[in-house]
Design a binder for this molecule. Structure first.
Ligand SMILES: Cc1cc2nc3c(=O)[nH]c(=O)nc-3n(C[C@H](O)[C@H](O)[C@H](O)COP(=O)(O)OP(=O)(O)OC[C@H]3O[C@@H](n4cnc5c(N)ncnc54)[C@H](O)[C@@H]3O)c2cc1C
Length: 391
């Protein structure tokens, strides 16, 4: 069993660090205060081809695997650029991985190069107000009409709609009451976010979140049948592979928020003196930081392991991705909590950036999958306990 990074991994880390080193704390403070996308660093990452890291070379990607990608995302997080990892999940994973796993040759040729070159942003339209985490109950419906589908419904919490060039929309093509298995009859569509038939409005947020998120109202949206991704009626089974990858990359966003908060707090604990020694000398400050470090480092290994299992299709990739997500997001939240206590009043300041990380880390415990649903899954499928809820 090999735990060390390869020479290639070190080269990737160093190339990413060269980019993140160009963006200082003042840059990220400006991004937080204006709640704006960090377009400048996105451009540098696009130029370096990093959005195409796990996408095939024949479509403009770098042809790396998911473990390599995790190492790259870790380097972004450690270079204070953890917020860029969300855009990576949206475009490279929602768009790129879904296309790699399910696209036709024509779809791959059309869409992957734009993602790999960092030109196209994707969004995922899965969640609905009346279905929540019970995605078998989505009711947005696509009705076949000649060589088109006509789609009606509602989506909620769809991140990045305003910037997105493409939306991966998940809809029913057979009503829930008419299917044998609850996930039958669901289909993925590639949709133009600005098409007639889609309206969206931003959901006001009190907490900081990196990408703005939207309510979607869909009425008489006409989509050509060529825009179906994967097989009609089989979309939910086909999207699971991408969702496992999302578990890993989204957890890295939470992990990065936790790491950022911890690094800021450790420096503060060394510098801040209110009695005769730095506050980091007090065990009540030091131990939670040390514990946070231990848990973040341990969950780094879990995330790498999950990525390796995905790359090699070994074992239960769903289970290991869920476990890594659960542990990393919880570790991130605890790191942010420890950082808040360490910074005292300064934890509320935008100068330190810890409040922003804290809000994001908390939400990564709920989305893309909540820790309650992960524990339900582990309880039922890994431990063989009775299912704790009904359809
Ligand atoms: C900022 C933000 C960005 C997002 N971006 C996207 C996006 O781009 N695309 C997209 O499709 N979605 C997106 N989402 C949606 C996100 O994935 C969901 O909010 C998340 O999956 C939780 O769903 P819900 O809010 O409907 O929770 P609900 O299903 O209403 O559940 C509420 C709470 O009850 C718990 N619960 C529910 N059922 C059970 C049970 N059986 N056992 C135990 N506990 C249970 C849940 O764990 C949760 O804590 C985003 C959400 C947010 C807040």
């Amino acid at each position: 069993m090999e735990f060390g990074l390869s020479k290639e991994h070190e080269m990737m880390q160093s190339a990413v660090r060269d980019i993140t080193a160009e963006y200082d704390k003042a840059y990220w403070q400006d991004v937080h205060e204006k709640r704006r996308p960090p377009e400048e660093i996105f451009e540098d990452l696009a130029e370096g081809g990093w959005f195409g890291a796990p996408l095939p070379e024949e479509y403009g990607g770098q042809g790396l695997d998911l473990l390599d990608t995790v190492v790259i995302l870790e380097a972004l997080c450690e270079g204070h650029a953890w917020e860029t990892t969300f855009r990576f999940t949206m475009s490279t994973v929602f768009g790129g991985i879904s296309l790699v796993e399910n696209g036709t040759e024509a779809q791959k040729e059309t869409y992957i190069p734009g993602i790999a070159h960092g030109e196209d942003v994707w969004a995922l339209g899965m969640t609905e107000p009346d279905a929540g985490l019970n995605s078998s109950r989505i009711s947005t419906f696509a009705e076949k009409d000649g060589d088109e589908y006509v789609i009606d419904g509602r989506k909620q919490w769809i991140s990045g709609m305003e910037f997105a060039d493409h939306l991966l929309l998940v809809a029913r093509t057979t009503p829930f009451d008419e299917v044998d298995r609850k996930f039958d009859g669901i289909t993925m569509f590639i949709v133009d976010p600005e098409a007639d038939g889609i309206e969206y409005s931003e959901i006001p947020l009190d907490i900081y979140y990196t990408e703005p998120t939207y309510d979607l109202f869909i009425e008489d949206l006409r989509v050509d049948e060529d825009q179906v991704l994967g097989e009609v009626g089989n979309g939910m089974y086909q999207i699971f592979g991408m969702l496992n990858v999302e578990r890993i990359t989204a957890a890295l966003s939470g992990w990065g928020a936790g790491k950022e908060a911890l690094d800021t707090a450790v420096q503060y604990a060394k510098d801040r003196e209110v009695w005769s020694e730095p506050i980091g000398a007090h065990q009540a400050i030091q131990h939670p930081l040390a514990e946070a470090h231990a848990k973040l480092e341990s969950s780094r290994t879990d995330l790498r392991k999950a990525a390796w299992q995905y790359d090699n299709q070994v074992g239960d990739v769903g289970e290991v991705s869920n476990i890594a997500n659960y542990l990393a997001c919880k570790a991130a939240w605890e790191a942010c909590e420890a950082a808040m206590s360490t910074l005292g009043g300064m934890s509320a300041s935008s100068e330190m950036g810890v409040s922003a990380a804290w809000g994001v880390a908390r939400h990564q415990r709920t989305g893309p999958v909540s820790e309650e649903m992960i524990l339900n899954h582990i309880g039922q499928h890994s431990l063989g306990l009775p299912r704790s809820y009904n359809e």
